[in-house]
Design a binder for this molecule. Structure first.
Ligand SMILES: Cc1ncc(C[n+]2csc(CCOP(=O)(O)OP(=O)(O)O)c2C)c(N)n1
Ligand SMILES: [Mg+2]
Length: 598
């Protein structure tokens, strides 16, 4: 039997080491689907419930697996459905390759059924590389470039293959004019910044006396070096949300997350420092960095197109985090005055005590923070954790303590709803031997998480470690936005836009063969987590939690908290007792810290 273009595309993906393609079929990719069946499903076609989920699964696979994710969809509606997941990849700098069908070449330009101008559709999201294949000889080059550019630019790329082209006999490029042969693979350099600039950076860092370090996902793989630099400089380290798993929260000088979802020690460190070192982070919220004239600053980033913004950095070092920090280390002088560092460590240990106290504040029925604090105590050291973009992201950022080999990520920059469950699925395909945990709001479950439980039910038998826990924050509300409305001008909850229809997430999970428990009392949580984390199958924790526990940002004053509370009780004054207790606990953080009070 002859080899078709589609056969060759799949063969090339195999040669690139692609093991799974997350997708959904349709007649625009019938040629490719036929090739999967001829190739004994190698790579595996993993069927999602929706193309957006397939794209998120590819993003999750890439984020947790460190290799490019591949997703596939049909022409027209299938391709359109991929978009949100591909934008998630673009904004968080994740390599994902999308392969989509198109109508036959004979129909193009004829306003044909399902004919959408896909080059234009993908031009923004896959602007680094989007290409249509119209003759067999373009393969393998177009596939190779899509893979390589996705990795090199850490971006989504797209390959469009009309259905009739998929079915043509394959002919390789020849040694002729206007043919483009191609090759496989890529090996990466270790990019260290140039010596003079490293010395200039060391001068800035040596001159400071209160150094703050901010790390992002670009510092992954440089944890040892960051720790050594922080030790020499007597610095604290804050972590942008996408870099939450770069350093363990058990290190006494790690202030935790930063920003609206951040911690108070991170906020205070940035407010009080005189020097800033940013490593591998594109953290967007300048208001959480030092004042513009407050600190001398150095940035290290691999990407010269992203460096130097957000803060008036004095030295912008383009280089790999690890290599550059290694070059920097011998030039740094150990700060003998450790008071800044000791003060930070004191604030950090106190912060964790406050977090624990906040999680234990009584609520109706369960305080959502406690879902996370209980998890954090039992979390397996190799857990792959993700959170959706509702209120869960606050508690994930503040309550989950990263340690050992834990990995964590979420839709950091697009902050889309609905990514957590498919991220966890993608993570499981990347590491079937590790447990995955997704924290997800009930709104996001209704948006798509429920449907995607079916995908989990279908594939979990293949995972050597069957654990995938979905913890649902069941509050019958689009709570994060409800709180944004309250914080912004004190708008009480608008039921029409905010309230959700009630349903049982546990019942649904059980009905598709997954483990499930409904939690309505905080005292159940410890056992519920134990059960979920030792189950022989994926598990849904359906936790009825209180929508009136405010996700207060770290810089909120007592007055602002009171304003939020006032907006809340406009709706239901019977909640005042709970709110007051929560605020009192929160207020402990605002009291002046001193070395003598521990
Ligand atoms: C696709 C998408 N639509 C809307 C939003 C705006 N948004 C952010 S959080 C949120 C509420 C999420 O509600 P839920 O999933 O129930 O979580 P909760 O905040 O209640 O815990 C909304 C509507 C978004 N981020 N993404
Ligand atoms: Mg909700």
């Amino acid at each position: 039997m002859s080899t078709t273009v589609a056969d060759r595309v799949l063969e090339r993906l195999r040669e690139w080491g692609v093991e799974q393609v997350f997708g959904y079929p349709g007649d625009g990719i019938n040629g490719l689907v036929g090739a999967f069946s001829r190739a004994d499903d190698q790579p595996r076609f993993i069927q999602a419930r929706h193309e957006e989920m397939a794209a998120f699964e590819a993003v999750g696979y890439a984020k947790y697996g460190g290799k490019p994710g591949v997703c596939m969809a049909t022409s027209g509606p299938g391709a359109i459905h991929l978009l949100n997941g591909l934008y998630d990849a673009k904004l968080d700098h994740v390599p994902v390759v999308a392969i989509v069908g198109q109508t036959n070449r004979t129909a193009m330009g004829g306003s044909y059924q399902q004919e959408v101008d896909l080059l234009s559709l993908f031009k923004d999201v896959a602007g680094d590389y989007v290409q249509m294949v119209t003759v067999p000889e373009q393969i393998p080059n177009v596939v190779d470039r899509a893979m390589r550019i996705a990795m090199a630019r850490r971006a989504p790329t797209a390959v469009i293959i009309p259905n009739d082209v998929q079915e043509l006999d394959y002919a390789p490029p020849t040694h002729e004019f206007k043919m483009v042969p191609s090759s496989l693979g890529i090996s990466w350099p270790s990019v260290a910044a140039d010596d003079d600039s490293v010395r200039a950076a060391a001068d800035v860092l040596n001159a400071g006396s209160r150094v703050a370090i901010l790390v992002g996902q670009g510092a992954r793989g440089a944890a040892v070096e960051v720790e050594q630099v922080a030790d020499l400089l007597g610095a604290g380290v804050a972590k942008a949300l996408l870099g939450k798993d770069v350093l363990s929260d058990e290190l006494p000088f790690v202030t935790g997350s930063i920003g609206l979802l951040g911690t108070r020690p991170s906020y205070e460190m940035m407010s009080d420092c005189d020097t800033l070192l940013t490593v591998g982070s594109n953290f967007p919220y300048t208001q959480f960095l030092p004042d513009l004239d407050q600190a001398r600053a150095v940035q290290i980033d691999l990407d010269g197109t992203l460096i130097g913004m957000r803060y008036p950095y004095e030295v912008n070092l383009v280089g790999d985090a690890r290599a550059t920090l290694r070059a920097l280390l011998p030039l740094l002088t150990r700060k003998e005055d450790r008071r800044w560092r000791e003060d930070l460590e004191h604030k950090i240990s106190r912060w964790w005590e406050v977090m624990e106290a906040e999680a234990l504040v009584a609520a109706k029925p369960v305080n959502p923070m406690r879902i996370f604090s209980e998890f954090s105590k039992q979390a397996p050291g190799n857990a792959m954790i993700t959170s959706d973009s509702g209120s869960a992201a606050n508690w994930y950022a503040r309550q989950v303590r990263m340690r050992d080999d834990m990995r964590g990520s979420l839709s950091g920059t697009l902050a889309t709803m609905g990514a957590a469950v498919p991220y966890a699925i993608g993570a499981k395909f990347a590491h079937p031997d590790r447990p995955a945990i997704a924290f997800e709001g009930d709104g996001a479950m209704q948006m798509n998480g429920l449907a995607e439980l079916l995908t989990i039910a279908r594939y979990h038998h293949e995972w050597s470690d069957p654990r995938l826990v979905v913890a649902v924050l069941h509050n019958n509300d689009l709570n994060q936005v409800t709180w944004e409305l309250r914080a912004m001008g004190g708008t009480p909850s608008f039921i029409e836009s905010q309230a959700l229809p009630d349903t049982s997430y546990a019942d649904f999970a059980a009905s598709v063969g997954l483990g499930a428990v409904t939690v309505t009392d905080p005292e159940q949580l410890e056992d519920a987590w134990r059960q979920a984390l030792s189950a022989d199958r994926p598990f849904v924790l359906d936790v009825h939690c209180d929508p009136d526990v405010p996700p207060i940002p770290p810089h909120a004053t007592l007055e602002q908290m009171t304003d939020m509370a006032q907006a809340l009780i406009k709706g239901d004054s019977s909640r005042w007792g709970v709110i007051k207790e929560g605020l009192k606990t929160k207020a402990q953080e605002l009291l002046p810290h001193s070395h003598d009070d521990n």
